[in-house]
Write a protein that binds this ligand. Structure first.
Ligand code: TYD
Length: 341
């Protein structure tokens, strides 16, 4: 297929672009290259014969229309998003703009261009905090951060294009994703790179919040599978089946790096911090897909990737990231407490 991937220079997007190129698709990467979009993520495929890059924003309707037409695009996968909860707490407005308005513009241009498949890459965070049990696709959405609320808005807009216009849309709701090339603002790459530098690991609250970890390789495989086999107008949860407490993840990655547990600092919690996410993935299993990467194995390989790709993350950490890190963590770390055990 001729597929336009938005946000293709980001973490999940770049792995998806590479995967799709490996499966004979023509791939147009449409990315605004904002702070987390990184051309280094795709340097190995930049000259590929079936790859094209367009630097533009999904909020730019003209640029979207032109890319769809010029590259005779048949399917759209929307990975472009503002994705970090902590940044959404500092500045929510850009989240509504990209994740809601941008999604709406992309959908409208896809409809006008007669696109055959549109897949919205979403998140399990739209269900809100789930103390017990597992979220199903039909559950009420109860997002609690500006990020999650913006993604929920994007999901609803996407589904409305099936009900109203019969645009064949699909929505995937992935759980917490980890792997190589993840911007180091997120939990795992932040903790791994801080540990390599012998810097403290700022663990929010009591460190007992739970997430279900999904390898980026599994996540991309699921997106490709749903694009090919999903029922139009349908949402699919994508979980890794690896529910862990944050504290346990931090301890495991320190062990892999042979760094002391004393690097962990308990710091002031994130406002509205969701306690737990967990998704029921029965629907996707029935469609014929299941994850394959076991968490400890995937984490070990991820730690190894950051250990052997210092140039990749040091470039990021010495740039825009620095000011963000200070704003987010300086006071927290000054008041934090060391790990008891
Ligand atoms: P994150 O990677 O931000 O993903 P999300 O909030 O979307 O699940 O965080 C994962 C978990 O790690 C979450 O419970 C918050 C926690 N966390 C910390 O304890 N310290 C940190 O510095 C960060 C970034 C996250």
């Amino acid at each position: 297929m001729r597929i336009l991937v938005t946000g293709g220079a980001g973490f999940i997007g770049s792995h998806l672009v590479r995967r799709l190129l490996g499966h004979d698709h023509v791939v147009v990467n449409f990315d605004a290259l904002r702070y987390s979009g990184n051309p280094d993520n795709l340097s190995d495929v930049a000259d590929h014969a079936r790859y094209a890059f367009v630097q533009a924003d999904i909020c730019d309707a003209g640029a979207v229309a032109q890319a769809l037409k010029e590259h005779r695009v048949e399917a759209v996968i929307n990975c472009a998003a503002e994705t970090h909860v902590d940044r959404s707490i500092l500045d929510p407005s850009v989240f509504a703009k990209t994740d809601v308005v941008g999604t709406g513009i992309l959908l409208e241009e896809a409809r006008k261009a007669g696109i055959q498949r549109y897949l919205q890459v979403s998140t399990d965070e739209v269900y809100g905090s789930v103390e017990l049990g597992h979220s199903r696709e039909e559950d009420l959405l109860a997002p609690r951060s500006p990020y999650a609320a913006s993604k929920a808005g994007g999901d609803l807009l996407t589904l409305s294009y099936w009900a109203t216009y019969r645009l064949p849309v699909l929505v995937t709701r992935g759980s917490n994703t980890y792997g190589p090339n993840q911007y180091p603002e997120k939990f795992i790459p932040l903790f791994v790179t801080n540990a390599i530098e012998d810097q403290p690991l700022p663990l929010y609250g009591d460190g007992r919040n739970r997430r279900d970890w999904l390898s980026v390789f599994d996540h991309c495989a699921a997106i490709e599978y749903v694009l090919a086999h999903g029922e139009p107008g349908t949402v699919y949860n994508v979980g890794g089946g690896n529910e862990r407490e944050n504290r346990a993840v931090a301890e495991t990655l320190l062990r892999y790096l042979q760094k002391p547990g004393s690097l962990i600092r308990f710091v002031q919690d994130r406002p509205g911090h969701d306690r737990r996410y967990a998704v029921d993935c029965d629907r996707l299993r029935r469609l014929g897909w299941e994850p394959t990467v076991e968490f400890e194995e995937g984490l070990r390989a991820t730690v190894e990737w950051y250990r052997t790709h210092e140039a990749w993350w040091r470039k990021i950490k010495s740039g825009e990231f620095r000011a963000y890190y200070e704003q987010m963590y300086q006071q927290r770390l000054a008041k934090g407490t060391a790990c008891a055990s």
